[in-house]
Design a protein around this ligand. Structure first.
Ligand SMILES: Cc1cc2nc3c(=O)[nH]c(=O)nc-3n(C[C@H](O)[C@H](O)[C@H](O)COP(=O)(O)OP(=O)(O)OC[C@H]3O[C@@H](n4cnc5c(N)ncnc54)[C@H](O)[C@@H]3O)c2cc1C
Length: 340
């Protein structure tokens, strides 16, 4: 009993509510997954309300050119593409609003979501499309060279470094995957590894060790990046804090972070099953979470692909899953309302 009580929205959070609204379908997030879900749910007459979060348009608004999204043969900038997504969703009637989901209560059949700590939305179905945020090292030059040689996505940006020299930071599976992917495009790949071993699985380690143009820099940490009009090199410290500590510089054109992502799922963790990293678990082949009527789409539930097109695809799946759930719910509820 105590457990169930603690899962309900705390009274202190409800005290600040100035408005309550009932909606059929609530979408949280305005990246490719959220807007695609909005296009499909509005065309299915579910009158979706979408809250954008702080980053209207999602991660792609932080990049310049997107060349791998189908339908844009000449490429497109991230902000223009996401504005197109928004316009398309609004054309079919999606209600797009600026606001951040601050807490949720998924303990009942009606799902409660508080927006900006002041509006309570009661929704029959909720589609979570809050994305994931790449982890950075926290050095100033990462921001300075963002989009000018610094990237957190080899699949997205590797193409620009064909025949060039790049570095990948990290020692886990993602770093090993990114390094081997980049090795197929770049002339040389440095793997900057903090420890004296890789955390990656044995099979991924073997792939790295057997790739001729990958050089592992063991026990190295990046302290700075340099270059005139973009990244031209990185300054590293070797064996930091030991007698053998040494500063070295490597010439590179691209610097790829592969130290993980943080899925934006913290506010859902009391209700939804998450994997150890925080990705929302969905029933394989669907967007269904462990709570009926709550669906997850895009990067927040995808530790593997994290691409705009896969996010959009799962946004479409979430909309269809939500529509089916709501039509089944209508059948269950109909006899009750008829009696009333
Ligand atoms: C720099 C960069 C370049 C990239 N380039 C490419 C590329 O060229 N091609 C490609 O396919 N992919 C690329 N990607 C990856 C791609 O951007 C992501 O895979 C895609 O955006 C994921 O979409 P999403 O809808 O799941 O989430 P996101 O795009 O991350 O959007 C998440 C949304 O949720 C909102 N949100 C978060 N928390 C809350 C909350 N509490 N309440 C309300 N809203 C919330 C945010 O404001 C945001 O609108 C790139 C990523 C980055 C960072």
């Amino acid at each position: 009993m105590e457990i169930f009580k603690s899962l309900e929205l705390e009274k202190s959070k409800l005290l600040h509510i100035v408005k309550t609204e009932r909606v059929k379908c609530l979408i949280i997030g305005s990246g490719p997954a959220g807007f695609t879900a909005a296009i499909y749910t509005s065309r299915a007459n579910l009158n979706p309300v979408l809250y954008t979060g702080l980053e209207m348009g999602g991660q792609l608004t932080t990049t310049t050119e997107v060349h791998n999204y189908p339908g844009y043969p000449e490429g497109v900038t991230g902000p223009v593409m996401m504005d197109d997504f928004k316009k398309q969703a609004e054309r079919f009637g999606a209600d797009v609003r600026f606001g951040i989901a601050s807490s949720v209560d998924f303990s009942g059949r009606t799902h409660k979501v508080i927006i900006d700590e002041s509006t309570l939305i009661e929704a029959d179905a909720v589609i979570i499309a809050t994305g994931a945020t790449a982890k950075y090292l926290g050095i100033e030059s990462e921001i300075k060279y963002s989009g000018m040689g610094v990237s957190a996505c080899a699949t997205c940006d590797g193409f620009f470094y064909r025949g060039k020299d790049v570095a990948v930071v990290g020692g886990g599976d993602t770093a090993a995957e990114e390094a081997t992917y980049l090795a197929g495009l770049a002339r040389k790949v440095y793997m900057i590894v903090r420890r004296d071993e890789l955390r990656a699985s044995k099979i991924m380690q073997e792939k790295v060790f057997n790739t001729k143009n990958i050089q592992i820099l063991w026990e190295h940490q990046t302290i700075d990046l340099f270059g005139e009009n973009g990244v031209e090199g990185a300054t590293l410290v070797k064996k930091k804090g030991t007698k053998e500590e040494e500063i070295i510089k490597i010439p590179i054109d691209g610097f790829f972070l592969a130290i993980g992502h943080t899925p934006n799922s913290a506010i859902f963790k009391s209700y939804l099953e998450l994997d150890p990293v925080g990705y929302i678990k969905t029933v394989p082949g669907t967007t269904k979470t462990n709570v009926p009527g709550v669906f997850a789409a895009g990067d927040v539930q995808d530790p593997h692909y994290r691409q705009a097109v896969t996010a959009a695809g799962s946004g479409c799946m979430a909309a269809i899953d939500a529509e089916r759930y709501l039509s089944e719910l209508k059948h269950i509820l109909l006899p009750v309302s008829t009696v009333q």
